[in-house]
Ligand binder design. Structure first.
Ligand code: ADP
Length: 178
């Protein structure tokens, strides 16, 4: 067993992840069913996020991948300029196969290629010392938090640095994150 002191400092992924209880919900994209226009609104509304988890559906919150804001902006911009017929009403699809749609519907914009298909995840009850270790060893920028397969939140490197600073303030002798 670990020495008792370590347990006293140990916070869990759920304590560090965003959104906080009072924050707006996690900004996600669904793997199908959103239009180019809707995705653009989502990106514009959340200018301070560098990426978006992609989920099967809002109801399931089952994680499919992670897409960087920068890559989304570039792909949409390119598609609007070059891809024949891609307009605001075009469906954005992250699935392998394009969904069936009406013959008169505008062509879909397929974005599976820019999605990270295996973003790193931890469960909500993973101790932060383990999460920090993973961030260090794998050089992660962010990691997603799940509970029973449902996406709950996100932890970025900066979130961890802030959390470490808070612990150091509260308890300058803490050796957990040294
Ligand atoms: P950084 O933490 O390096 O500034 P971001 O700009 O991606 O990275 O995130 C800013 C803050 O917003 C962080 O606290 C992060 O946890 C949170 N965040 C990041 N992406 C999302 C998202 N898609 N939905 C909700 N919150 C997010």
């Amino acid at each position: 067993l670990e020495p008792k002191e370590e347990f006293e400092h140990s916070s869990l992924a759920v304590d560090v992840m965003r959104p906080r209880r009072s924050d707006p919900a996690l900004a996600v994209l669904t793997q199908e069913g959103m239009t180019v226009g809707e995705v653009e609104v989502r990106i514009q509304k959340s200018t301070h996020y560098s990426g978006f988890p992609v989920v099967v559906s809002q109801e399931s919150q089952r994680l499919v991948g992670f897409v960087l804001r920068r890559d989304l902006l570039i792909s949409i911009d390119n598609a609007r300029k070059r891809q024949e017929g891609v307009v605001s009403a075009s469906q954005v699809v992250f699935t392998e196969h394009a969904p069936a749609q009406a013959a008169e519907a505008p062509p879909p914009l397929r974005l599976r290629g820019i999605m990270d298909l295996s973003p790193f995840t931890v469960t909500d009850h993973t101790p932060m010392d383990i999460t920090v270790d993973i961030f260090r060893k794998l050089g992660l920028r962010q990691c997603l938090v799940t509970h029973n397969g449902r996406l709950l939140g996100i932890i970025t490197k900066k979130d961890i640095l802030k959390h470490m600073a808070q612990i150091a303030n509260r308890d300058p002798d803490s050796i957990l994150f040294n």
